[in-house]
Design a protein around this ligand. Structure first.
Ligand code: THU
Length: 156
């Protein structure tokens, strides 16, 4: 299979993640996606969050019959980590696609998840990896997908 590692342009100042680390994160997200509770949308998402000290915290989307309480995979991973006292993050891998083993698209984080990332991450260096497989992914910073974001620094 062809290896597709697409990188957006504006990445000079970011601390490069090793490819093996990226692939480990994607494998974690693929695994977490298997736990997705999505009986309403049938859209399964897994996320794997890399902490400053190298831990990987995973999450899946968790839906609800009342729809509104649904939690995205990314926020599940963030809230698991923060509730365990971790607030230092380097990157997140996201794998999302309609039900089934085959991942047919790059699933970008929703607006609410981007805002949660803004709360805990440096937008210039936090890296987001959207993947179809361990060999086919895109890497970008939070700043690139949430330009001029509002965050904790605005309140100082
Ligand atoms: N979803 C995520 O888990 N992450 C996102 O960033 C976008 C959407 C979930 C929520 C819902 O369970 C399903 O995908 C369809 O929207």
């Amino acid at each position: 299979m062809e290896f597709v590692h697409q990188k957006s342009v504006n990445t000079e100042c970011i601390d490069e993640l090793e490819q093996t680390v990226i692939q480990k994160l994607i494998a974690g997200a693929i695994d977490a996606r298997k736990k997705s509770y999505s009986p309403y949308s049938h859209f399964q998402v897994g996320a794997a969050l890399l902490t400053g000290d190298g831990q990987i915290i995973t999450g899946c989307n968790i839906e609800n019959a009342a729809y509104g309480p649904t939690n995205c995979a990314e926020r599940t991973a963030f809230f698991k980590a923060v509730s365990d006292g971790i607030r230092d993050f380097r990157a997140i891998a996201i794998v999302g696609s309609p039900e089934g083993d085959e991942v047919t698209q790059y699933a970008y984080p929703c607006g609410v998840c981007r805002q949660v990332m803004m709360e805990f991450c440096n937008p210039a260096s936090f890296q987001i990896i959207v993947a179809k497989s361990e060999q086919d992914y895109r890497v970008m910073t939070l700043q690139e997908i949430l330009p001029e974001g509002f965050g904790p620094d605005n309140l100082c």
